[in-house]
Ligand binder design. Structure first.
Ligand SMILES: NC(=O)c1ccc[n+]([C@@H]2O[C@H](COP(=O)([O-])OP(=O)(O)OC[C@H]3O[C@@H](n4cnc5c(N)ncnc54)[C@H](OP(=O)(O)O)[C@@H]3O)[C@@H](O)[C@H]2O)c1
Length: 250
């Protein structure tokens, strides 16, 4: 059996990727706080196999316990396991000196700590079982340049890139069949962009530019981006530690 574990599969890019994995006869394990009824229905309709595990990725203890259960579930009969660390949060959108400490903590936990803990657990299982694991960490262009008001998001995504490059280097040097890559999806028409547009100019100087992205139809559909992501990770030619960018893939 092939499995795809997708965090943040309840909406946006994660939901679109889950739907496309189902269509490829891959068992989808969705992880988020809320279960998407649309995804559940799509799985029933496609006759695809699907499971949902509720987890608040901001709580490290929940991440360890839920993902240990998921590992027990998939490694019984897995021939390959795909993990898409997709869930992410943009908040706090605020300048340094005005940051809400609890939003800072949530961002660091969801965007950075959770993908690291999940990767660590699944790479350990890959080693123990000999099963190939392919991990895709969803990153952002914000990892590569400072954006006013996004200090925490830019920092966590930059750290995700460095974790990916380092874990990829280690797998390469160990001669492991497993792969760790990052995927930068570009700007997409999802709830995250609505959150960005509902901020204010003192907190986020580029607000008008992002409002115009929506008005001018510049935001890509998450379905199109998910198509590129799914095609990428199902291909046999992934380069360990590489940061793949959607603009180079479409
Ligand atoms: N949208 C863009 O333009 C854009 C651009 C560059 C990069 N990205 C990246 O692409 C990825 C997907 O973004 P998106 O736009 O699809 O986001 P989205 O529409 O806001 O969806 C976010 C997903 O993350 C999950 N999530 C958030 N907090 C969580 C928590 N505490 N515990 C568990 N799950 C949580 C949500 O599920 P629940 O609420 O059900 O828990 C939801 O499924 C993110 O990593 C984002 O940083 C997005």
């Amino acid at each position: 059996m092939k499995y795809a574990i997708i965090t943040g599969a309840s909406r946006g890019l994660g939901a679109a990727a889950a739907q496309q994995m189902l269509e490829k006869d891959i068992h989808v394990v969705s992880v988020s706080r809320n279960e998407s009824s649309l995804l559940k229905q799509a799985a029933e309709h496609a006759g695809g196999s699907y499971s949902h595990f509720s987890c608040d990725l901001a709580a490290a203890d929940q991440v360890q316990s839920v993902f240990s259960k998921i590992a027990e579930f998939v490694f019984k009969d897995a021939e390959i396991v795909y993990v898409i660390n997709n869930a992410g949060v943009i908040e706090p959108i605020e300048v340094g000196g005005e940051l809400d400490p609890s939003l800072v903590q949530t961002n660091v936990h969801v965007n950075l700590t959770a993908p690291i803990l999940i990767s660590n657990l699944f790479l350990q299982k890959a080693k123990d079982t000999g099963c190939k694991v392919v991990i895709a960490n969803v990153t952002s262009g914000a990892a590569e340049r400072p954006i006013h008001g996004w200090s925490i998001y830019c920092s966590t995504k930059a750290a995700v890139n460095m974790f990916t490059m380092t874990a990829g280097l280690e797998l390469e040097q160990n001669g492991s069949p497993s792969r760790v890559i990052a995927f930068s999806p570009g700007i997409m028409d999802t709830d995250m962009q609505s959150t960005i547009r509902s901020s204010n100019e003192e907190a986020f100087a580029d607000l008008e530019t992002f409002r115009k992205y929506k008005e001018s139809g510049s935001l890509r559909s998450p379905d199109v981006v998910a198509g590129a992501l799914v095609k990428l990770i199902l291909a046999d030619s992934l380069e360990n530690g590489m940061i793949y960018r959607v603009n180079d893939l479409l």
